[in-house]
Design a binder for this molecule. Structure first.
Ligand code: IMP
Ligand code: MG
Length: 180
């Protein structure tokens, strides 16, 4: 592994935790169907593993968003760059996200999707960085709570790199050549 990366969560830890999350979701929605909405691109690897850990009828859809002024403004304004393919009326929606940071993205998305008439909306995130929260957001399923560090791997990127790492790693910005 290169010098700028330090493993925070190993592939085995991630795999074991997602199995537990899938079992929890399976128990919570017993006898029902769930509709997983993956927030692209970061959550795509998590979605693939979480979906297979759920022992219920599952359907999938995908959404892509980009935040305005992240890190500088706190408007919470989020732009949808790819909307869902299908309506979600009467569905048990679970928003599948890679990481909750400021909370702006998920706060906005939850409100948006709740207005489309689903039966329920819950959120599943692989990672949670609560120390960075600007807007409170209820997250029903959290894989791991992590400290305030910039992480990559298992779907998460820095400038579109590192998504294919099997472990979640802390990226040392002073050691990286990724942006060069
Ligand atoms: P927020 O909760 O609205 O601040 O946005 C969360 C989004 O910011 C995530 O979906 C990621 O795309 C991105 N993000 C936040 N923290 C990290 C990180 O440590 N590594 C990679 N992406 C991150
Ligand atoms: Mg994301």
């Amino acid at each position: 592994m290169s010098k700028e990366l330090t493993t925070l969560l190993s592939r085995d830890q991630i795999h074991d935790r997602i199995k537990e999350m899938g079992a929890q979701i399976t128990a919570d929605y017993q006898g029902q169907q769930v509709h997983l909405i993956c927030i692209l691109k970061g959550a795509s690897l998590f979605l693939a593993d979480l979906a297979r850990a759920i022992d219920l009828p599952v359907s999938l859809d995908f959404m892509a968003v980009s935040s305005y002024g992240k890190g500088t403004k706190t408007t919470g304004e989020v732009r949808i760059t790819k909307d869902l393919d299908a309506a979600i009326q009467n569905m048990n929606v679970i928003i599948v996200e890679d990481i909750v940071d400021t909370g702006l993205t998920l706060n906005y998305l939850r409100g948006l999707l709740e207005n489309r008439g689903p039966r329920s909306v819950k959120i599943a995130t692989l990672l949670d960085k609560p120390s960075r929260r600007i807007q409170p957001v209820t997250v029903e399923y959290v894989g791991f709570t992590i400290p305030d560090a910039f992480v990559v791997g298992y779907g998460l990127d820095y400038a579109e790199r590192y998504r294919n790492l099997r472990d979640v790693c802390v990226l040392d910005p002073t050691a990286t050549s990724a942006g060069a």
